[in-house]
Design a protein around this ligand. Structure first.
Ligand SMILES: [Zn+2]
Length: 244
């Protein structure tokens, strides 16, 4: 496996980037030396878009997944696309409208974990809504949670990242909010996503893509709170105002 630079880890706003093809798998999956395409992970779906060849032709990308390890990122072409040559230089274009909605929704999930400080048992981000499952028994009013979420959005807190060592994470186990999903280990470094000046609002390990300021999330509301078993509540976050 060749090493690939995951450009989105340092800059989530990179919608295009040059790359060289380092390999084409038997299943058609395309490997690049560096990529701005986020691969499905941590509840966030992978990017779609296209690769622009030197002659202007496009190779449509239907999805992005990880391989054997999270460090291996595979761009999955749509059916019937031309196969690029190894060594070929391309320009990558992600479907930015879709990705930006996912970044807003993903950031909203972090804000919900601040407003609802319960252990998280599952989460999934989509373009139109997100769900987070909490290990909790309390009954919570969705209008109240929506108001608290919008307070964090409107305060326009900065969202930034910080790399810490595994030892630092071991010394601060409270940073990990997810009960079932452990942050990726073994690379020596863990990426923290921090909200607020000096991480005053929140910080937690996450490899996804987020907006730079909470106001970019825009208007959101809690659409539904479902009971999933005795000790589980499923929250749905949606774009737009809370319906009357
Ligand atoms: Zn995240």
């Amino acid at each position: 496996m060749s090493s690939m630079t995951a450009l989105f880890l340092e800059d989530a706003y990179l919608s295009t980037a040059e790359a060289h093809v380092t390999g084409v798998r038997e299943d058609g999956g395309i490997l690049l030396d560096q990529t701005c395409f986020y691969a499905t992970s941590g509840g966030q779906p992978g990017d779609t878009g296209f690769l622009e060849r030197e002659n202007g032709d496009r190779i449509q990308i239907a999805g992005t997944v990880t391989g054997e390890t999270k460090a291996e990122i595979i761009l999955v072409p749509a059916p019937g696309q031309a196969v690029p040559a190894v060594g070929e230089k391309l320009v990558q274009h992600i479907d930015w409208d879709r990705r930006y909605r996912l970044m807003r929704m993903h950031t909203a999930c972090h804000l919900l974990s601040v407003v609802c400080p319960y252990p998280i048992t599952g989460a999934a981000v989509s373009e139109t809504d997100s769900r987070i499952d909490f290990d909790m028994t309390d009954t919570i009013d969705k209008a109240e949670i929506t108001a608290k979420l919008m307070e964090l959005v409107n305060a326009n807190h900065p969202v930034h990242r910080k790399w810490i060592s595994e030892e630092d994470l071991n010394a601060n186990p409270e940073l990990v909010k997810s009960k079932n999903v452990r942050p990726p280990r073994g690379q020596g470094q863990i990426r923290l996503v921090c909200i607020g000046e000096d991480s005053s609002v929140d910080s937690q390990p996450c490899g996804g893509t987020h907006v730079g300021e909470t106001a970019e999330v825009g208007e959101i509301h809690i659409g539904k709170i479902e009971k999933k078993g005795k000790e589980n509540r499923r929250f749905r976050i949606r774009f737009g105002p809370l319906p009357a």
